[in-house]
Ligand binder design. Structure first.
Ligand SMILES: [Zn+2]
Length: 337
């Protein structure tokens, strides 16, 4: 298991173009510029991205500038080098969505005699660090917000969503952006402001949640929210850790389980640093949504945050166990809380 985990980590850094070439896909690189590299899609079979013809037409799949990720312009599939191998061998974009025996076959392909070693991306190109808003900008914005209890509209949104506004104020889960503030978020009705924290508990960015059902929540534009999540550092030595998706479920579940450490995640939240948020012997509930994204989140939580822990007490959302595709991270039969 540990060997698999290490292997998957290494493949996250592997060169996608080199992997594509080894898979026998026709790689096109323009003017020697690696980052322009492209290849046909092993999933949907599209050869070029917009149906271009002729020599030198760009392939359906492009890569990111550090050559560790790919995406298909036709079918929108995406992934890393391992995902590309899994796509070529089993027509699934993610190795996580394969059965265990298929996952083993993908690993054998990369490690076996069809490949000499794991293709490494060009290490001279650094991985970009996420860019966050400045601390003073975040503080300035938060100081223009009010306590929830002073804003009837936000209070009734919380009541309607089974969130305790008194606890939200007392424990700093959220604040209210006044309708009169003139900020474009206020004009758009995104007035529930939820701090996004790093694993140390510091507020690094924000999420602005809309009051109207179905409206999307926003973070400061042009900044990253990767590695950040919603959690309450005032909960100390919890015996239960609950992973959920997003800011609303973070507050709902925190209302239901005020002594638990509830962690609201988003795409790109969970790194191996999240293991620090799980005390030894804590019971862990992974209650991500019952869909493909939820399954991917649960896998990320398992691979990053839980791997180092005694996972005998983990619970997954009921329903995950029923799906054969997702047996890879089935640990125990889960019950809804
Ligand atoms: Zn495709």
């Amino acid at each position: 298991m540990a060997q698999h985990a290490e292997y998957i980590d290494r493949m996250k850094d592997a060169s996608v173009l080199e992997t594509a070439a080894r898979l026998g896909l026709e790689v096109v690189v323009k003017n020697g510029n690696q980052s322009s590299g492209s290849f046909p899609c092993p999933l949907c079979g599209a050869k070029t991205r917009h149906g271009e013809k002729g020599r030198g037409a760009r392939g359906a799949c492009g890569i990111n500038h550090i050559d560790t990720g790919w995406n298909c312009f036709q079918c929108k599939a995406r992934g890393d080098a391992l995902g590309l191998v899994s796509a070529a061998l089993f027509q699934k974009a993610s190795i996580k969505s394969l059965r265990r025996d298929q996952q083993d076959e993908v690993r054998a392909w990369v490690q076996g005699d069809r490949a000499i070693d794991i293709p490494k991306r060009d290490a001279s190109i650094p991985k970009p660090e996420p860019k966050y808003p400045s601390k003073s900008d975040v503080q300035k914005f938060l100081s223009a917000c009010t306590r929830i209890e002073l804003d009837d509209e936000v209070v009734s949104w919380m009541h309607a969503n089974k969130i305790d506004p008194v606890m939200a104020d007392a424990r700093g889960w959220a604040s209210a952006l006044p309708a009169s503030s003139g900020h474009h978020w206020a004009r758009e009705g995104r007035r529930v402001i939820v701090p996004m924290r790093d694993v140390a508990g510091d507020t690094v960015s924000l999420k602005a949640r809309g009051l109207v059902p179905g409206s999307k929540s926003h973070s400061p534009k042009t900044y990253s929210v990767s590695k950040l999540c919603f959690w309450d550092p005032s909960v100390s030595s919890p015996s239960r850790v609950i992973f959920v998706e997003g800011e609303k479920k973070f507050m709902q579940m925190s209302t239901l389980y005020p002594t638990a450490r509830v962690i609201g995640i988003m795409n790109g939240s969970v790194t191996d640093e999240y293991a620090k948020l799980i005390p030894p012997h804590a019971e862990v509930w992974v209650l991500t949504d019952w869909n493909q994204a939820g399954a991917d989140y649960a896998t990320a939580i398992y691979n990053n945050a839980l791997r180092a822990h005694d996972i005998s007490k983990i619970r997954l959302r009921k329903g995950f166990v029923a799906n054969k595709e997702r047996r890879g991270y089935r640990i125990d039969l889960a019950q809804e809380p």
